[in-house]
Write a protein that binds this ligand. Sequence first.
Ligand SMILES: [Zn+2]
Length: 94
Amino acid sequence: MPFALHAYAITKDKKIPVQHIFYGETREEADQHFNGHVAACPMFGPAEREGRMTTFFEEIDSLPTEESVDDEAEEIVADDPEEEEIEEGEGGWW
Ligand SMILES: [Zn+2]
């Protein structure tokens, strides 16, 4: 089963401005992507060094593809309440 490694960088004032997700066919592969990125990342580098990071693995059915990401983006945009508001306004629902 492939894995998604979710990583959150937490700032000194306890905010989370950024999340990364690293994918791999195995936990090890996701972890390699994580390690390859973190050292060079301006948000995650300092968070890693200072222990201000939360990470966890999620077992996923399949790795994302360009197509699945496009589909997901379309769904999310379609579910966007602001987007609905615009449609409702234009459609004269009220
Ligand atoms: Zn980064």
